[in-house]
Each structure stands twice: as C-alpha cells, then as structure tokens.
Design a protein around this ligand. Sequence first.
Ligand SMILES: [Fe+2]
Length: 196
Amino acid sequence: MPIQVDVAARRARACKAFMAQVHSTTAKEGITPSTLHALKLKLVALAKRSDLFPLADFAMPQAHGRSHPLLVEEDDGHGLYLSISLPGKEAAPHDHGIWCANAAISGRERHVFYRRTDDGKKVGSAEIVKVGEVVIEPGTGMVMADHDIHSTVVIGDRPAVGLALYGYALARFPSVTWFHPEFTSVRATPSRRHAA
Ligand SMILES: [Fe+2]
C-alpha cells in the first residue's frame, strides 16, 4: 500500500476514534467547563500525532486561512477540521455562538479573550474588555464555551496549522458576532443553522 494512502487511512481511523471519545466524554454530563477541558486535552493529544497530518496532504490557503474537513458529522453533530492560517492572519474579537477547541500542530497563534460588559440593549453597540490571552503552539490548545469571545493573530513567519473541533459543523454554524472595541460596535453574520 502506498505510504500516503496508509497515512490517510490511519488519520481517518484516529479522527473516528477521537470523535467517539468526544461523545463518550459528553454523553453523561453534556458540555460543561470540565468536559470542555477534557475535550481540549484529547484534541491536543491528537494534534501531537503530527505524522498523521503531513502538510503535503492539505492544500495551503490561497489567502488568509483554510479549513480542511477531517470528520464532519451529520445533522447537528460536531465538525473536526485541520485549519491553516497564514502568517499575519488575524481575526477581530468574535463570539461563535457555539463551543470550540483548538490544538496546534505547527506554528503559533495568539488568542486574546474578552468579556462583554454592556447590557446589549443598544442595537449595534457593544463594549468588551480583555480578560486573558494565550499563545497556542505545538503541545498546547484552548477551548471556548458557547459565547466566549476571542480574537486571533498568527505570529511568527510560519503558517499556524492546527486541529479545530466545533460543536456544530462549519456548514451549519450559528450566527457569529463580531466586535470592534475601538468603535464600541457589534454586528452579526447570518446563521447557517438551517443551511445544510
Ligand atoms: Fe474564532
């Protein structure tokens, strides 16, 4: 069997086993701070198996970033992706509306976390304050609950390659809320919950 086919088959098996662990972790307790933490540790462990994720198997983004599906469940299931973000790529503070976990395979990405401090009553306006930051590099990861807010930037001169697990597949993502703290403004993308 050619080596590449073998890697793809081993990767598919590992992703399937990982997703089975995700479900057995959340089956009893659901999504809680402690199960999210457990999911992050499992995702970090999978990302450490870098032989399963040779870059030759994943096309580089043409610009900014690209997400390659590894295992996308049907209906309201989860999505596991390999994401590649080019050096300098950044994302303004945003709330995915759904939990997610990230773990690095190579490269480095800084995540800054925020908390919303206004009451949400003024349409189009929001105030957020920074509450922490972390650099995700090989051997590390992060997890966010449904309405946590983060911003990201790839640091250094190499692409940031990592695994991303989302509570919903990207094709069925809820509305993402984007914050622009310097203008105290906020806007939301349309939900894709019923698109696919
Ligand atoms: Fe994000």
